[in-house]
Design a protein around this ligand. Structure first.
Ligand code: GLU
Length: 635
């Protein structure tokens, strides 16, 4: 065995041990694995009647279809649809609708997202772009304070009507069901409608998410009435009901999505962003928004071609612009395919991971924006030759100094190209969003990342409607990142802000092998990449790959890392190469609010052959997710 091979062994072992430890903790909370999911469903009904949720289960293996999501009720809603004969798309809409009820600070019909779908019949990957758009009257100065001529402070922009983009989630559901589903929207919404009206027990994560937002939720009468009744945080174990949202879902089921896209619900959204429902005694003076009913009526959720790269003989499909997720993950994989990570020491392998993503982020910031407004060189950025050109900048002995400049994808050169001047990326890093995955008995797969941007979005609940509005427009650059250099991500009328969401499906021989995605703002990209490398290069199982500690380098001098990553023995070696790490544990909206330093509660599926699927939910981060299959295997 060579030195480098033994180095890899060490890495695999220590990473495996760590992943296993985390999975074991989650497993103990999940109860005996032998309990069949069917029996558990009965148990769950009794538990729910008593106001207690069934325990979460991080891993499930079996056949007939699978779901891994952040939430027990969402996973159960999806499994229920699959059991009743629905396909993966039907189940995905039911899961997303349920998350809008049970995980309301993270996603819902006030937001947007991207759905990636593998169709087993045609063996094609399709994507739906449900990204929010800027209103028709928005311009490049959307977030410039007219009084000072300077960009608004980020927290001021977030908690405002200005940040609210035209929501895309509901149109995504409609588009998905019409194009690929078998049930109607009303049927897909029904399980969520029931839970919204009957209520569900508040858990520690729900309460914590209100705590982190308490100050700004308190500013809006509609938001405080829903989430801070009596001025208090919801108690863990108390039943949270959202009859307004139940009624809204019922209305949409009856009247269709036109209710929002030009109809009465849309008129209420427009009224809300213009006449903010400020609480008596509110101390903030949030700016009103620009959205008009015509913006809602004009909204579309188009099908787009996915991004595609080959890595280790596999086909990796993900989300194209306006998300930067697919290109940036894909470019990083192309850079890394110039090296043999599996033969490297763990220090060298992780150093190469950090350097590849550092370089890819420089290109992301320079070239990617809404393709309706910007000529994004997607093919060139994803070419093997550009990957080689960027790869030769990696020095195995020394970390690059960020911000590194972008490369030139137009040069066509195969060698190292001296780059222009550097521009720093914005440290845009939301803590919200969710990604879930669904498969069905026919082999169709959905990987869907959806969000209202920040945890709690804009903080504004539409009065009487029970859902929060997004602040997605703060994903635009508020001002050019570097004077004189074109910025592809400035606001414009009808433009979609650049996203980082990267719902990803990996095929082997044109059949599904992996599906994975994550929340986490710009760290979504690094999380998805790290999980893929953990699984494909570092010898981990999918649950271990999801559980393993994360580091997120985004072309900044210091790499954001989880405490568990910094505690790894390998970190000393990385520091010796010039890599620097820091933990981020304060709210981007208020540095005095301490939040969890976790990066990315991801969920994934692995297809094991012979119709067997492994569903892997995040075991610990953000309270852990829940994985289930239609026909569990006895273990
Ligand atoms: N708005 C972010 C994006 O589209 C996602 C927010 C988050 O994950 O917290 O990239």
């Amino acid at each position: 065995m060579t030195a480098s091979r033994s180095g890899r062994r060490v890495m695999t072992t220590s990473f495996l041990a760590l992943g296993a430890a985390i999975v074991a903790v989650a497993g103990s909370a999940a109860g005996p694995a032998a309990v069949s999911r069917a029996a558990e469903a009965g148990h769950a009904r009794t538990a729910l009647a008593a106001g207690v949720l069934p325990p979460k289960q991080a891993v499930a293996v079996g056949t007939g279809g699978a779901v891994a999501s952040d939430d027990v009720q969402a996973t159960r809603a999806g499994i229920g649809v699959l059991r009743r004969g629905g396909n993966a798309v039907d189940a995905a809409v039911a899961v997303a609708a349920m998350l809008g009820v049970t995980d309301p600070f993270v996603a819902g019909i006030g937001g947007g997202g991207f759905l990636v779908y593998y169709d087993a019949r045609t063996r094609h990957v399709y994507t739906i772009d449900g990204r929010e758009t800027a209103p028709g009257t928005a311009g490049p100065g959307l977030f410039i304070d007219p009084a000072t001529g300077k960009p608004l402070p980020f927290p001021t922009a977030v908690t405002s009507g200005l940040s609210v983009g035209v929501p895309g989630t509901l149109m995504t559901w409609e588009r998905a069901l019409r194009s690929f589903g078998t049930i109607g929207l009303a049927d897909a919404l029904r399980p969520a409608e029931h839970v919204a009206s009957r209520g569900f027990p508040v858990d520690a994560v729900f309460r914590e998410q209100v705590r982190e937002n308490a100050f700004r939720f308190d500013q809006f009468s509609s938001t405080s009435a829903l989430f801070l009744p009596g001025g208090r945080l919801p108690a863990v174990g108390s039943i949270f009901r959202n009859p307004d949202l139940a009624a809204t879902y019922a209305e949409i089921g009856r009247d269709g999505v036109a209710d929002l896209y030009g109809g009465p619900l849309g008129a209420e959204v427009v009224n809300t962003v213009h006449n903010l429902p400020l609480a008596p005694g509110a101390t903030l003076v949030p700016r009103p928004g620009l959205m008009r009913l015509s913006d809602l009526a004009a909204y579309r959720a188009p099908l787009r071609a996915p991004t595609h790269v080959r890595y280790q003989g596999l086909d990796v499909y993900s989300m194209a612009p306006p998300s930067s997720g697919g290109i940036t993950v894909g470019e990083s994989l192309n850079i890394l395919s110039n090296f043999r990570l599996r033969d490297m020491t763990q220090v060298q392998a992780l150093h190469h991971y950090l350097e590849a993503i550092r370089l890819a982020f420089a290109d992301r910031n320079r070239y990617i924006g809404d393709p309706a407004f910007v000529d994004v060189p997607t093919k060139r950025l994803l070419s093997k030759s550009f990957g080689r050109q960027r790869a030769c900048l990696i020095n195995p002995h020394k970390a690059l100094t960020s911000p590194v400049p972008p490369g030139d994808p137009y040069s066509g050169s195969g060698g190292c190209v001296p780059a222009g001047s550097a521009e720093a990326g914005q440290p845009s890093d939301g803590a919200s969003t969710n990604n879930f995955v669904v498969s069905d008995r026919w082999g169709d797969v959905v990987c869907y990342t959806n969000t209202i941007e920040e945890l709690g979005g804009s903080g504004i609940v539409v009065p009487g409607r029970g859902f929060l509005l997004n602040n997605e427009l703060t994903d635009f650059d508020f001002a050019p990142l570097q004077p004189g250099v074109p910025d592809p991500n400035l606001p414009a009328a009808g433009k979609r802000p650049r996203s980082s969401m990267a719902p990803t499906i990996v095929l082997r021989d044109r059949r599904p092998f992996l599906a994975v995605g994550s929340p986490g703002g710009a760290s979504i990209i690094t999380t998805v990449l790290q999980i893929l490398l953990n699984r494909l290069d570092f010898g981990m199982t999918l649950p271990q790959a999801i559980a393993a500690p994360r580091a997120s380098q985004r072309n900044s001098p210091v790499t954001q890392a989880e405490p568990a990553f910094i505690a790894l023995p390998v970190t000393a070696g990385l520091k010796a190469l010039g890599q620097r790490f820091a933990i981020v544990d304060t709210s981007p909206l208020n540095p005095s609010i301490i939040i969890s330093p976790d990066i990315g509660a991801a969920n994934g599926l692995e297809f094991l052959g012979r119709h067997r699927v492994l569903a892997a939910a995040e075991p610990v981060r953000r309270g852990g997710g829940d994985a289930a299959v239609v026909e569990p295997e006895r273990r």
